[in-house]
Design a protein around this ligand. Structure first.
Ligand SMILES: [Ca+2]
Ligand SMILES: [Ca+2]
Length: 465
């Protein structure tokens, strides 16, 4: 099996008992941290036990090679291409294993596996950890005392998708060791309109470094499958010099200050890959042979777009069929075993869109339990169709739309959702005796992701000398 990283260790020790131990510094890391672990297979005591009182080795010396292999797996148990940095520490046989950060990271649950091969025997240790599930942004990286600091908290689930109803608590410790607590429970942390984003406001009083601890409880969410995609480049547009090195683009401005002030502007577009987060910054300012650097990076992500559409054309044998174009308590209906097909949903998507979810909606009711509606969709003009699904019993129209997730029926593309290809067929299915079924509205909802439009930023810079 291929590993992310293989590390060879020369040794000239003595026959020793091996007890590998893998320890995580913590089990939760924020996105701008590099998760760090310690791997040890002979501890200090065992090592000392092989020496006599004068530091000389006991027993017969053995020389050879040991191999340490590391593997980093994602939440699906698939090997990632994350290459840990392995460093030999002094003392027994102890190694530091550090995961590198990157410009583009997928938040989630990961597992580090370390294999030690010694004398033909493989010793394995594993450690699970969370990376970037909770992160904190502030509008600015530095605040003046008395200025309110607005915190933006981002909460993701173990697959890296935003969590809308997280239960968050946060403690801010100021330099005098005074603590202020915030929580969604007491309303000091509030959910924003955008799923996964939460805000809190903190009044800065004391100068110095503040420490912030956050925990978030989330309900598990299983409705999305991430597709494997290659990372794309971040598009950056600016009047400044743009240098590219590795996965980083650096924008540099040379500015003459006017009244100690200047401003810089740039635009960027986030690649259409979910659920990755992209690091911006930290920004640096060189002045008077000094350098100021922001405390940390900022993260941006692409958000999915949801679009609902109604049919605008139909064919078949239901009565008053066009009434299913609109939710208005006026119905298409039938009392016989008949089928009807709806189409021309008029979906349009930006170029390069990836379809992540397709749902068929139905606002309907049955006059009795003698008759049901089944439906199926087609993505190639009616040649192939999904299997029939039965809409559950519902005996009055309460204006509720029953959505069925049909994402798994085919590998959806924007072309499969075009007017020439996409159709929804409904079928009344008879028990005995017959009775009426009613369809008020037959919408379709599609979630897609695409490269964001350009976001433009201008920063005003003022130098206090
Ligand atoms: Ca209705
Ligand atoms: Ca209607």
């Amino acid at each position: 099996m291929l590993s992310n990283k293989t590390f060879e260790v020369e040794y000239a020790y003595y026959t020793l008992k091996i007890t590998p131990v893998l320890t995580a510094e913590r089990k939760y890391f924020s996105l701008d941290e590099k998760p760090e672990f310690t791997f040890e297979y002979i501890n200090e005591e065992e090592f000392k036990a092989t020496l006599d009182g004068h530091g000389k080795a006991l027993g017969t010396p053995v020389t050879g090679k040991e191999t340490i292999k590391t593997f980093v797996y994602d939440y699906k148990g698939e090997l990632t291409d994350i290459e840990p940095e392995i460093e030999e520490l002094s003392g027994g046989r102890e190694f530091s294993i550090k995961l590198p950060g990157g410009r583009a990271l997928r938040a989630g649950i990961y597992k580090l596996r370390v294999e030690l091969v010694k004398d033909g025997i493989t010793y394995t240790q594993e450690q699970e950890f969370q990376w970037g599930l909770v992160s904190l942004n502030t509008r600015k990286s530095i605040y003046k005392p008395g200025e309110p600091a607005e915190f933006i908290i981002v909460v993701l689930d173990k697959y890296g998708y935003p969590v809308c109803n997280a239960d968050i608590s946060m403690t801010v410790t100021n330099p005098n060791n005074e603590k202020t607590t915030y929580s969604t429970a007491d309303g000091t942390i509030t959910a924003s309109n955008e799923c996964g984003l939460y805000t809190a406001s903190y009044l800065t009083e004391v100068e110095g470094k503040h420490t912030i601890d956050i925990t978030a409880q989330t309900l598990e969410k299983f409705d999305q499958n991430a597709s494997q995609q290659t990372l794309e480049k971040f598009d950056v547009i600016s009047d400044a010099d743009i240098q590219e090195a590795g996965d980083t683009k650096t924008i540099t401005w040379n500015k003459d200050l006017i009244g100690n002030k200047t401003s810089v502007c740039y635009s960027y577009a986030v690649p259409a890959i979910r659920p990755y987060l992209y690091a911006l910054g930290p920004a640096g300012i060189d002045y008077d042979s000094q350098i100021f650097t922001e405390a940390r990076s900022w993260y941006v992500a692409v958000d999915p777009t949801e679009t609902s559409k109604s049919p605008t054309d139909d064919t078949g044998t239901w009565d008053n069929s066009t009434n299913a174009y609109l939710s208005n308590d006026v119905y298409a209906s039938t009392e016989y075993e008949r089928t009807h097909e709806y189409y021309n949903y008029s979906f349009t998507f930006p170029a390069g869109s990836t379809i992540t979810k397709v749902e068929v909606g139905a606002e309907y009711y049955y006059a009795s339990d003698k008759f049901h509606i089944e439906f199926q969709e087609s993505w190639d003009g009616g040649t192939n169709r999904s299997t029939l699904r039965t809409l559950p019993d519902k005996f009055s129209d309460n204006d509720e739309v029953v959505w069925t997730d049909v994402t798994g029926d085919t590998s959806w593309t924007t072309a499969k959702l075009s007017d020439s290809n996409f159709r929804v067929r409904i079928k009344a299915v008879q028990d005995y005796p017959t009775d009426f079924v009613y369809m008020d509205w037959l919408p379709v909802k599609v979630t897609n992701i695409h490269q964001s439009g350009l976001s433009s930023y201008c920063d005003n810079i003022r130098l206090y000398r």
